[in-house]
Design a protein around this ligand. Structure first.
Ligand code: 5MM
Length: 338
């Protein structure tokens, strides 16, 4: 199969009008934080047990089309000796891999961050492909202040996303392009809208310059929201602001937009996704999810690291995945939570 055929096939297997992506690619420090919250030690074995719980949830493939894995998980096996990517695909969930190496300060642009990991990416992608990964994910992170993200910050971050995406496509791997405008801070929803518009313009300009085929990528943006220390916005307000910015910046050739949850609570993220789909009008893309915390928080709480809690934890995952599937069809109602 040529790289182009592989890209088309992966998009076909991942984009439909019902399902979303499960982001389970927490790096070792992040999963440690999640496990600390349930008083569980983070070891290779507890991480394996947890990711096995997620991928073997019966019927998950009804609601989830793809799973983003961390490098360690890609090489791990379930209790019965099957590689994790194979277990995901047995449910028609396409396995993918986070390929960035985290963020650090962007020198010369005070307050902005930049993501590392481009060196040797092509070779790494070839290795990940042989392990079963068919798509990749790279996240650039944009803290919001009165002065950030700066113009050099936006340009540098966009350049990284574009070079990553072009490399992925050359190696037959669908890139998920994730520019995340953070919710941290007391900025209002209008400030988030302005920043998100600037960020997405820069990203799509860079993707064009680097020859990225828009039909063969997925965008994973933030919703347009007020900062965490600002007043809460109703789902209709979030949906209106988010759709306005996306329609101004994202070409119709992009097949699917899968939002990150970014620190929203599980029910809040579902309600916002639902409102976005109810108000979508003539939006040309699929509008779905790629939630991490908003899908997994109830799962971790139910699991507590105990084997006897696995069925309850899987039920919690299936519940959220099902409700998000309804939300991405605009058919969710908060009364369904009970
Ligand atoms: C699941 O978390 C992902 C990995 O984060 P770290 O590299 O910081 O460990 C993260 O990239 C995630 O995929 C996105 O931020 C979306 O997750 P949320 O929780 O915001 O929906």
């Amino acid at each position: 199969m040529s790289a182009e055929q592989a890209l088309s096939q992966t998009i076909e297997d991942m984009v439909d009008d019902r399902r979303g992506i499960l982001a389970a690619d927490e790096s070792t420090p992040t999963i440690k934080k999640r496990f600390d919250a349930i008083n569980l030690e983070s070891t290779e074995e507890t991480r394996r047990a947890y990711r096995q719980l997620l991928l073997t949830a019966p019927g998950l493939g009804e609601y989830i089309c793809g799973v983003i894995l961390f490098e360690e998980t890609l090489g791990q096996k379930t209790d019965d000796g099957r590689p994790m990517p194979e277990v995901a695909w047995a449910q028609k969930i396409v396995p993918g891999i986070k390929v960035d190496k985290g963020t650090g300060p962007l020198e010369g642009a005070k307050g902005d961050l930049i993501t590392f990991g481009l060196d040797g990416l092509g070779d790494r992608l070839d290795g990940y492909r042989t392990q079963g990964a068919r798509f990749a994910k790279w996240r650039e992170v944009y803290p919001v202040t009165q002065h950030n993200p700066s113009l050099p910050g936006r340009l540098a971050n966009a350049e990284m996303l574009a070079r990553y995406a072009a490399t992925c496509q050359a190696h037959g791997v669908v890139p998920i392009v994730e520019p995340e405008v953070l919710m941290d801070g007391d900025h209002d929803i209008d400030r988030c809208a302005v920043v998100t518009e600037h960020v997405l313009h820069a990203v799509f300009h860079a993707l064009h310059i680097h020859g990225v085929v828009l039909e063969h990528m997925i965008l994973k943006p933030n919703m347009v929201l007020p900062g965490k220390e600002c007043r809460r916005a109703e789902p209709e307000e979030v949906a209106g602001a988010t759709l306005k910015i996306l329609k101004r910046t994202v070409p119709a050739a992009v097949p699917s937009i899968n939002f990150l949850s970014g620190g929203q609570g599980p029910e809040e993220a579902t309600a916002n996704l639902n409102a976005i789909n109810q108000l979508r009008g003539n939006a040309p893309w699929q509008l779905s999810s790629s939630f991490g915390r908003a899908l997994q928080q109830p799962v971790l709480e139910a699991w507590q690291g105990k084997p006897e809690n696995v069925p309850a934890a899987q039920a919690a995952l299936l519940k959220r995945a099902r409700l998000n599937s309804l939300a991405r069809q605009g058919a969710y109602d908060p009364s369904m939570e009970n």
